[in-house]
Design a protein around this ligand. Structure first.
Ligand SMILES: C[S@@+](CC[C@H](N)C(=O)[O-])C[C@H]1O[C@@H](n2cnc3c(N)ncnc32)[C@H](O)[C@@H]1O
Length: 276
């Protein structure tokens, strides 16, 4: 799998998510971990995850595996990108060394044989992952069997903005095709497009860079504004879905929608489904 992954990156078809996460780990602190815990608690409507088994699909930095573990869940994390796996292992080493209730490994949500061996889970968490797998429909179908009866599926999928989404796909392709030394040519204008209006608003309100500096809190997931910009501009493969498409897909497979946060534009719609 790692050689296929490396080939996709070399061909400009896949963003090196794990390399971006590795830089994010330098900025990780207690406030960000707390924000990740709050985000899980809020969307799931619970005070803790004691007694639950959580599967973190596409664990990325490992921040949400760590948050779930701190909230009491037993956690199994996997990611397709070996650098993401390394980040998650690093977080486990830092914060939960020798923890027998947190497993970390490489794996793909598109690998049905691998998924079958994982069994079923009380909580399947796949935030911002399925649309980056390269086959959104298959990834959405593949997570169904991972959810135990009465278990929950917590997913976030990029909002379909029509023409704007197609433009971003072109931007992402251009970014990934460029040699790394030239990627700033795409990144800089895209970052200005994403953050320029907010920065001007903050400046006019007499609080320059306020939103940027407080992003870890206001983004509600403990993320870093620059790492999120790089992830957004680079994030390839990239697919999108409307909230209605996602809702109907899981409703038709025996899931009930318990919680929904729509992005209203750029970014992800978040869903919590319960399996009946
Ligand atoms: C935007 S990050 C989200 C990380 C994390 N879930 C979070 O909430 O912060 C997307 C992650 O999905 C992973 N990914 C992409 N395709 C995947 C696949 N087929 N199977 C598992 N993980 C995948 C990427 O390597 C990356 O770490």
């Amino acid at each position: 799998m790692s050689s296929a992954h490396a080939a996709e990156i070399a061909a400009g078809q896949r963003f090196a998510f794990g390399a971006n996460w590795a830089r994010f780990l330098d900025q990780l602190d207690t406030a960000r971990i707390q924000a990740a815990e709050d985000s899980l608690r809020r969307l799931l409507g619970v005070a803790h995850l004691q007694g639950l088994r959580m599967l973190d699909v596409g664990c990325g930095s490992g921040l949400f595996s760590l948050a779930a573990r701190r909230l009491g869940a037993r956690v199994h994390s996997f990611d397709y990108d070996l650098q993401s796996v390394a980040c998650t292992l690093e977080l486990r080493r830092r914060y939960r060394p020798d923890d027998p209730d947190w497993q970390v490994e490489s794996g793909s949500v598109l690998d049905s044989a691998y998924l079958q061996g994982l069994g079923q889970w009380d909580l399947v968490y796949a935030w911002g992952v399925l649309h980056h797998s390269g086959d959104l429909a298959r990834a959405m179908a593949n997570v169904v069997g991972l959810v135990a009866a009465d278990g929950r599926l917590f997913i976030a999928i990029y909002n379909d903005q029509g023409r704007a989404s197609r433009t971003w796909l072109r931007v992402k392709r251009a970014y990934n095709r460029l040699p790394s030394g030239l990627r700033w040519l795409v990144l800089t204008p895209a970052a200005l497009r994403l953050w320029g209006p907010t920065m001007i608003r903050d400046l006019l309100a007499g609080r320059p860079l306020h939103s940027w500096r407080h992003y870890a809190r206001t983004s509600t997931r403990g993320m870093s504004p620059w790492r999120d910009v790089v992830d957004w501009v680079g994030g390839l493969p990239f697919e999108v879905a409307t909230p209605e498409e996602v809702f109907r897909f899981y409703r038709d497979r025996g899931f009930r929608l318990e919680e929904l946060t729509t992005s209203g534009g750029l970014g992800c719609n978040e869903f919590v489904f319960r399996r009946d």
